[in-house]
Ligand binder design. Structure first.
Ligand SMILES: [Zn+2]
Length: 73
């Protein structure tokens, strides 16, 4: 029984990691409508108007890729 539980847990961890990669989370600036990859210097400087969102959500809300990082993951 314990073994099955560990297998399920391992599966969940892998699944969550994979879905996070495919979801393409970007740091979206709601004020300038630019989105950055999380490692971008501007994303790190932006603390007030930025939230981490799905890239699709950012684009849907009029987001444009940052000129520095290109918004690419
Ligand atoms: Zn950027």
């Amino acid at each position: 029984m314990k073994k099955i539980l560990i297998s399920i847990m391992t599966f969940l961890v892998i699944f969550m990691t994979v879905s996070t990669v495919f979801a393409e989370t970007v740091v979206f600036n709601w004020k300038t409508l630019k989105y950055h990859k999380p490692g971008c210097q501007w994303a790190q400087k932006c603390t007030q108007n930025c939230t981490s969102v799905d890239k699709k959500t950012a684009i849907k809300n009029g987001g444009r890729p940052c000129k520095v990082c290109g918004g690419k993951i």
